[in-house]
Design a binder for this molecule. Structure first.
Ligand code: PIR
Ligand code: CA
Length: 320
């Protein structure tokens, strides 16, 4: 189909807010190219009750109404839970004051909500955008395998062609639930891995932070405070001068694949390695074989990414 004639991309955001998840949620809500069908949460950056509350607080700040929010898995499929308080703090979203949530949770489990939404919509129309561990997505694929053929694509933040952040070779979202990640990468649907190769380029520089502050609305001030905290932990815990804003890169790829450019290549997830657990093993020895349905994002247009985020915040305005 001619993309210029197509409507906005319908997505389900499955997240663990998390500073960068919160910004991804604001980008999805504010972008005219995205129709946000649902927000689901999974334990990861913090415990499930904390990330769920954080998602609802962000919804209030952004004035989101009419989008269902549902809580999902409270731990990985088989392994003990590992959280990231060194990066995201005790609340999972330390820094700004978090308002009391004003919308109510959907009573369904996130996995049921994901399945319902995919089956209710036209085949090939819904994109899943996971920005946390892949537990809910793996469970949904197992519980209702028909969704695998009906989903348009899965565009996930996680993994890396090269390197890691939670181990020398593994990224956090993949390594905390590698079995779930393996299920998602091997399911047969179209998977785009938006990993550290691009997200470590998505730095919130001083110039970017000032641009966001100048918007001077409550949601933009909230993002400024998130970036202050995220910047300080990334400096102390990871030695970064500016914090990389991972999760919005996955949403940005859905908005405009020219901003976050991906290349087809076979990718599998290591689930048995002693030193390589959670590694995303990408085969770049030759062009992808015909029928390969996995891709990795390798190139980022930094200026256009932040243009999309600033534009989304300007459109959200001051919901009050
Ligand atoms: C985890 C995260 C970010 C930084 C560290 N060091 C650990 C979270 C982010 O929310 C993102 O989805 C992914 N996991 C990056 O690894
Ligand atoms: Ca995340």
């Amino acid at each position: 189909m001619d993309e210029t004639l197509a409507g906005p991309e319908k997505i389900v955001l499955d997240c663990d807010p998390g500073h960068d998840d919160a910004i991804a949620l604001l980008l999805a809500h504010g972008s005219p190219r995205i129709e946000l069908l649902a927000v689901t949460t999974v334990a990861g950056n913090q415990t499930l009750p904390k990330v769920m509350r954080n998602a609802l607080s962000v919804a209030r700040i952004a004035g989101m109404t009419g989008v269902p929010f549902a809580a999902g898995a409270d731990r990985p499929l088989v392994r003990p839970i590992r959280l990231a308080p060194s990066i995201h703090g005790e609340s999972g979203l330390d820094g700004p004051q978090l308002p009391e949530p004003s919308i109510r949770l959907d009573p369904r489990h996130a996995v049921d909500l994901i399945i319902d939404i995919v089956l209710e919509h036209e085949p090939g129309s819904v994109t899943l955008v996971p920005t946390g561990a892949l537990t809910n997505i793996a469970l949904a694929a197992r519980m209702e395998p028909r969704i695998v053929d009906r989903v348009k694509r899965v565009v996930l933040m996680g993994g890396a062609v090269q390197g890691g952040n939670w181990s020398p070779v593994a990224e956090f979202n993949i390594v905390i639930d590698p079995e779930a990640a393996a299920i998602v990468f091997e399911a047969g649907w179209d998977v785009t891995m938006v990993g550290l190769d691009v997200t470590h380029q998505a730095l919130a520089t001083q110039e970017v932070v000032e641009r966001i502050r100048r918007i001077d609305t409550a949601p933009a001030r909230f993002v400024g405070e998130l970036l202050d905290f995220f910047g300080s932990t990334y400096r102390d815990a990871q030695g970064f001068e500016h914090p990389p804003v991972h999760d919005p890169c996955a949403v940005a790829h859905v908005i405009d694949p020219g901003v976050v450019r991906a290349t087809r290549m076979p990718i599998v997830v290591e689930t048995a390695g002693v030193h390589t657990l959670g590694m995303t093993v990408a085969d770049r020895r030759r062009p992808a074989p015909v029928g390969c349905r996995t891709s990795a994002a390798l190139e980022l247009d930094h200026a256009r990414l932040w243009d999309l985020i600033v534009d989304a915040l300007e459109r959200i305005g001051d919901p009050g």
